[in-house]
Design a protein. Structure first.
Lengths: 317, 309
């Protein structure tokens, strides 16, 4: 059942409409029925969640009689951004994920944000799927603000991700969708996986399994669920090394994303195509897992090229 | 005058990214003035250029008092200005959301760090800044209420209005906020425009900074004595919102005095010209901010009125 979450008229003969699809079980006795919400598309250039929305519904349809709760699918929180290959909200040049909780008496963007929060709040679990950005590829991971660690880490362990990254609180992040809902008692798991503007089907399928497992734990799903990964968990900022470019140039990787690296191992080179020279060799500062790697090859001095998770945290099944 | 490179990054195919500063006087780091941080803030850089011209004259005439150094940086983001893009060319990040910066971080964090390490020890910091929405303002000076800056200092600009701003979460990564964390008394100076040049607005800005420098004893200059500025909190401004989207026709301009009931703007059907809605002044007051684009969205605060005292 496709419903309008919120909408606003645009200047020239068009409405901005944010939609969701509510999937209900055959038994429509809603007493004590749990609800999961799958949200994506807050950043218009992150598309990995699109496939998850489709595939999750396909899987539910195969065993619809096993659905025992409510599934709300919000595939496009920033529809103008998705349509115009724009990360933020077009025309405003605003990051939608810095506008929450919004304000129903505020301007258009704040009004939309408030409408979204009003609709999603009260869910028993929310999965907010992001796809890094167009520059970096990420292994499937959940990022958690330490303020909400106690409630979210147990949920995240059931989500079939490779990695759970608990990070410090930041005032700037108080205006995110996840923080706004977590602060009022609606648990939100922020997933980062893949890369902007592309689909990684393998990661999408992994995430679908994780959402089905979360649904099973909440009593929303009685159907099949595949094997669930045990994630690595990092709580210490020193676990992660950041690889920032020392020069502007072309980053040419020598290893694949997800590789276990030895300390000092070559990850890639920054080269100068004009003069045919190597400007810098990018080497791992510690032994561990390359969980982020640069996908977009042009770098400025300072551009992030990768992140390495200390091997002591990399506990594999 | 000492022209110097504040920060530099080597470009790949573009010329190197350079932030250039102009120092006047010698001694204590007294005042630092910053122009644009975003690519569309043309007026903000123009104001600095006029200020550099004025300071050259004052220095030649020996009117900068001994023991004071003034630094003017007309642009901390020439790369974005040159390609007419608001934020950083490659990753669209906002330098004014990266302070205090990080020297080992991403590009705009490094730029913020490079600038901030040079300017953080000044006693006073003044940033020409712009509103996130397109529009014209009544010129005013702003400071953060919870910070280190006081109304008495703000009065030294001799402007008509002082706005006290309530700190919001995203402010914590701005230059103004971080200046205050490092004990600099920081002000944001809003001129009337952003993406086009107003010579009158720039002239007013130069005069207000001359007033400030004179009233703080940094330059010899006959500051114009004005009555005290009206101090308001940004929450006091009464927003006039659209209910409809469409063409936007302003009927008043920034600075106009209006009575309650005065028609302020029409929202027009873009296909048949019908007036969809007329916005009226809800109170007596002054048009403090007014939208200046041909289109508007519904639910948009296109006008902000400061009510009469």
């Amino acid at each position: 059942m496709v419903e309008v979450v919120t909408s606003v008229g645009l200047p020239i003969d068009e409405k901005l409409i944010i939609k969701k699809n509510r999937i209900l079980p055959f038994n429509k006795d809603f007493t004590d029925m749990k609800r999961i919400s799958v949200v994506t598309g807050i950043h218009g250039d992150e598309l990995e969640g699109q496939y998850v929305c489709y595939e999750l519904q396909r899987r539910i349809d195969l065993e619809k009689d096993k659905l025992k709760g409510i599934v709300d699918i919000y595939p496009a929180m920033n529809p103008l951004g998705i349509d115009s290959i724009t990360r933020g909200i077009p025309a405003f040049d605003l990051d939608m994920n810095r506008l929450f909780p919004g304000n129903k008496d505020g301007n258009m963007t704040e009004y939309l944000a408030a409408g979204i929060i009003e609709d999603v709040k009260g869910s028993d679990c929310v999965v907010d799927i992001h796809a890094s950005n167009i520059y970096l590829t990420e292994i499937p991971q959940i990022r958690i603000n330490e303020l909400h660690e106690d409630i979210l880490v147990p949920l995240a362990k059931e989500a079939n991700v490779d990695f759970i990254w608990v990070h410090g609180a930041s005032t700037v992040l108080e205006s995110t969708f996840a923080h706004s809902l977590n602060s009022i008692g609606t648990p939100v798991l922020v997933v980062e996986m893949g890369v902007g503007m592309r689909l990684t089907k393998e990661y999408g399928n992994q995430m679908v399994e994780g959402i089905l497992n979360l649904m099973k734990n909440l009593g929303i799903w009685e159907g099949e669920v595949g094997k669930i990964k045990k994630p690595m968990i990092s709580r210490d900022p020193d676990d992660v090394s950041y690889l920032n470019a020392t020069a502007s140039g072309l980053f040419v990787p020598d290893v694949k994303h997800g590789k276990r690296l030895a300390k000092g191992e070559l990850i890639g080179k920054i080269v100068d195509p004009l003069c045919g020279k190597v400007l810098d060799e990018v080497r791992s500062p510690q032994a561990g897992l390359l969980f982020t790697i640069r996908d977009y090859p042009i770098v400025d001095e300072g551009s992030l090229m990768g992140r390495v998770l200390n091997e002591e945290v990399c506990i594999y099944e | 005058m000492n022209k110097k490179i504040i920060y530099e990054i080597k470009g790949m195919y573009r010329d190197d990214f350079r932030i250039t500063g102009y120092e006047f006087g010698e001694g204590e780091k007294s005042v630092c003035i910053i122009g644009n941080s975003r690519g569309n803030e043309v007026q903000q850089t123009y104001c600095c250029s006029q200020l550099v011209k004025k300071m050259k004259q004052l220095e030649e005439e020996g009117r900068i008092k001994i023991g004071h150094k003034i630094l003017i940086i007309p642009s901390i983001n020439p790369y974005s200005m040159n390609i007419q893009k608001r934020f950083w060319p490659t990753d669209n990040t906002d330098i004014n959301r990266m302070f205090p910066g990080y020297d080992l971080g991403e590009t705009t964090q490094r730029i913020a760090d490079g600038v901030f390490s040079e300017i953080k020890d000044y006693e006073y910091g003044i940033q020409f800044t712009s509103f996130y929405m397109p529009g014209d303002f009544v010129p005013h000076v702003r400071y953060m209420k919870e910070g280190y800056t006081t109304e008495d200092d703000a009065q030294k600009f001799g402007m008509k209005y002082i706005v006290e701003r309530t700190v919001r979460p995203y402010d914590t990564a701005t230059l103004n906020y971080n200046w205050q964390v490092w004990d600099t008394k920081a002000f944001s100076l809003y001129t009337n425009t952003t993406s086009n040049i107003s010579k009158t607005g720039a002239g007013q800005a130069v005069m207000s900074i001359m007033n400030f420098l004179a009233n703080t004893g940094i330059i010899k200059y006959d500051a114009i004595v004005k009555k005290k500025a009206r101090v308001l909190n940004d929450t006091e401004l009464v927003s006039v919102r659209t209910a409809k989207s469409g063409f936007y026709e302003a009927l008043v301009k920034a600075g106009d005095k209006v009575e309650a009931g005065t028609p302020l703007a029409n929202i027009v059907n873009p296909y048949d010209g019908d007036v969809l809605e007329t916005l009226y002044a809800p109170i007596d007051g002054v048009i403090f901010f007014i939208h200046n684009e041909p289109l508007t969205y519904a639910n948009t605060a296109v006008i902000k009125i400061l009510g009469d005292d």
